[in-house]
Design a protein around this ligand. Sequence first.
Ligand code: CP
Ligand code: NVA
Length: 339
Amino acid sequence: MDSTIDLRGRDFLAERDFTAPELNYLIDLASTLKRERQRGAERQRLAGRGIALIFEKTSTRTRIAFEAAIAHQGGFSTILDSTSSQIGHKESIADTARVLSRVYDGIEFRGSEHAIVEALAEYAEVPVFNGLTDTWHPTQMLADFLTMREHSTTSPTTKQLSYAYVGDARHNMGNSLLVTGAILGADVRIIAPKSLWPRQEIQDLARERARDSGAQITITEEISEGVAGVNFVHTDVWVSMGEPKEVWAERIDQLLPYRIDTTVMQAAGPQAKFMHCLPAFHDTNTGVGRMLAEDFGLKEGAEVSSEVFDSPASIVFDEAENRLHTIKAVLVATMADKV
Ligand code: CP
Ligand code: NVA
């Protein structure tokens, strides 16, 4: 871990705000904290510290990771959502930020527009953490890179990782996997129909960062060529939170050729592992899964087949667990007096 790096007091809003050494520092710290906990030797660095957790959108992993991380470190948390608090309808983001800063030592926000978390950070006097916006999912990236590092047989640095993201690449997961890999110097392949590629300004940002880091960036519509040889194949839901359910029909037309099944995994190669930030639609055991079967004949879910999801190549639950260790690293690095 690079001891010259000091992130105390910093917001964690988007990957583009951080250098490669800073992101690697957080991943290294997460790995240290994970080992410490596994040994039963966790030190509490956030005793008495509090965090306010604002969830405008639903969550399982991000919420439990923030709550458990702060509790493991001796702190406490309060959940606020738009139905049971004044946020949004009766109190502005600016006023909310100033109130929460008087009571808490950090604020997490999950919602739609990225501008809202930026406004929160502008007015807050404590670090603000992005728990997902429509544009970026930065805490997920730390978990994904820790997981990829752990599952790399050659124990590479983040610079040596190769991965493909297949699916709707205009949203948080596609953008974040593109830009984080570009900053960290990875071999990044974004595979989607052109209409679902990241916005031009995000592609430009990734190519600019890749010039500094030596990352290889490929954005293509060709799935078999695109995934060939990568160590990790990522996907995400085809319709994200906040999108109307009417978009499913068009999205299925666009993305059915990009579904991750055994043929795609074989095209990637026997070394390839499957990753997904979750939740995933891979069967009919959810309301959405049943709707996909009844309305569109997708009896095995959408973006990934159960065969791949439940295969030995799937590392999705390791990835989910790492949300805890990496979010803990962000809290410790930014809110503790001493790491
Ligand atoms: N991956 C992720 O962010 O999961 P949740 O939506 O459950 O928090
Ligand atoms: N793209 C998904 C990610 C969920 C963690 C969404 O925004 O719903």
